[in-house]
Design a protein around this ligand. Sequence first.
Ligand code: SAM
Length: 285
Amino acid sequence: MVATPIGNLSDLSPRARAILAEVDLIAAEDTRHSSGLLQHFGIHAQLLALHEHNEAQQSVQLISQLKAGKRIALISDAGTPAISDPGSRLVALAHLHEIPVIVIPGPSALTAAVSVAGLSALPVHFYGFLPPKAKARRQVLEGLSHTSGTLVFYEAPHRIEEMVGDLVSLFPSERTLVLCRELTKRFESVHRCSLAEVQAWLAGDTDRVRGEFVVILEGAPDRERIDPLIEGRRVLEILSASSLSISEAARAAAKITGANRSDLYNWALQNLESGEDSIGSNSED
Ligand code: SAM
């Protein structure tokens, strides 16, 4: 299993280069794509395609070649094979046949982004790509809304705005989000902000939605470390959409979270939009 660069060709390790030059065969996700990389390094190897649609059948064929003594490297289009990329079925089959599998570790968008995000509370949950369909994506995200630690997603440029929109609508606005774009490439950027700010930032420049993304979201706060005022505001925000008046909602949120009722009430007056009868007809008694 040989990791290849996620953008910057200089990130191919000397060991990866040596192994790719000496194996009998390189199984590659996209042979045309990988031949560019190999040419750049002057490697002339036999290539065979192994992608998600033919992995099951190719794996059987590769196992027989491995058993015959051939040394085979597996690479993907970018980064580490089998991380949101094909490869794990072949590896599982190799283990089953007691064929040694070794890894030449190196670039991965996952580790690169976690490393640069400054958000690495454990556990780090790597989700990979969310479902492309809105309903399924939202269902997955709802299921993750109370997950603590750090959430890591891969996302394509044509879906980034929609995906971020879902994060904004389903997670508390104070959560930190880190958008890691085009890492190791010419236009790489790492933007860290709160969910409350992210859509305005994305809308600020069309270049900000271009390229490949790793999206890292701060997980739910540790129960013991929850600030009652922050939690109170979150609950109050939810309750403000109900028929409760601001005063009633502040009282309920204070009871639920232990935050100070007056602090919540005053915050709601300044920050929450509410119907006339809510604020107008209720005073903080
Ligand atoms: N196996 C790869 C790895 O180890 O990172 C990931 C392959 S997955 C099919 C491709 C996704 O990884 C992209 O859609 C993007 O979410 C992320 N990605 C790959 N290269 C990236 C880069 N240079 N910057 C940011 N994200 C990247």
